[in-house]
Design a protein around this ligand. Structure first.
Ligand code: DHB
Ligand code: FE
Length: 286
């Protein structure tokens, strides 16, 4: 049976790709951020996931404002990347696991999620930057199932809906008959706003609250509306929806193993989090 080993949440700011390309990991400006990934590397080396289910938001590479699905699930053999104009190297294609993708798609639709299924799908910096952070300088050792959540074109799905989406995927993973070690990834955030008169807005106190609640009490965060979230975390802080879905997919007893928080990377409060998912009988799961 598939086993959900835990999750990594990470910012996906494109400037990180530039810092990696220019080998700036030990520059004083960058070190406090990159050092926060050391724990992640050790955890991945120990846990050896086979597959990563990645909740992220596309920023216009695969979907644009003309057609923007609320939830889209990749079902491709591989996922390419292209130049988005950030001046960062184009990433190598990442292998998919279409068999697992279709299992998840079937389960989601059976659970009344009206998702878009993508047999061709480009992945943008919201997938490639966290992968480059998790597995620096090596061939990425996992297959992926990308799940894109609309955080761009309002109306956005609620925090509760994204938590439920994750839970549905978590249940589907638990019923998957292949022996796979599955990790969950949530990308984006934390607080940031790239546009308008509040450009550069960051809310450290709210970020700390989110990082604490996501492990122990994600339900508490569902009391915030999307409008509350824009006010408290900035227009792009809504990328936290990806973290909500990630947390939902952890079906067992969840423990925070590691947290790093650094202000700012570019315009963004950059956070890295590792959560362990300890298997428990279904009726005891949090
Ligand atoms: C930045 C943050 C993002 O989430 C993104 O998608 C692009 C840029 C930034 O802070 O520069
Ligand atoms: Fe983003």
């Amino acid at each position: 049976m598939a086993r959900i080993i835990g999750a990594v949440a990470s910012t996906h700011v494109p400037a990180i790709g530039k810092a990696i390309a220019e080998k700036k990991q030990n520059d004083p400006d960058w070190k406090p951020f990159f050092q926060g990934c050391d724990y992640v590397h050790g955890w991945l080396a120990r846990e050896k996931p086979d597959v990563a289910v990645i909740f992220y938001n596309d920023h216009g590479l695969n979907f644009f404002l003309d057609k923007l699905p609320t939830f889209a699930v990749g079902a491709a053999d591989e996922y390419g990347n292209e130049d988005e104009g950030w001046g960062i190297p184009v990433a190598r294609a990442v292998p998919g696991d279409p068999q697992l993708s279709w299992h998840l798609i079937n389960a989601l639709v059976a659970d009344d999620f009206d998702i878009t299924m993508c047999q061709q799908m480009l992945i943008d910096h919201a997938v490639t930057i966290p992968m480059a952070l998790m597995w620096p300088g090596e061939a990425w050792p996992v297959k992926i199932v990308p799940v894109s959540i609309n955080t761009v074109q309002h109306p956005l799905p609620s925090l509760a809906r994204c938590l439920s989406l994750g839970r549905s995927i978590g249940r589907a993973l638990q019923s998957y008959p292949r022996d796979l070690r599955v990790m969950i990834v949530g990308t984006g955030g934390l607080s940031h706003q790239l546009d308008g008169t509040r450009a550069g807005f960051i809310n450290k106190d709210f970020d700390q609250l989110c990082m604490s609640k996501i492990a122990d009490d994600p339900q508490a965060l569902t009391g915030y509306s999307i409008h509350d979230w824009v006010e408290l975390a900035g227009a792009q802080g809504v990328e936290f929806l990806n973290w909500m879905a990630m947390r939902g997919a952890l079906t067992g007893r969840v423990k925070e193993l590691h947290r790093n928080y650094h202000i700012p990377i570019s315009n963004t409060a950059a956070a890295t989090l590792v959560l362990e998912n300890e298997d428990v009988p279904a009726q005891m799961a949090a």
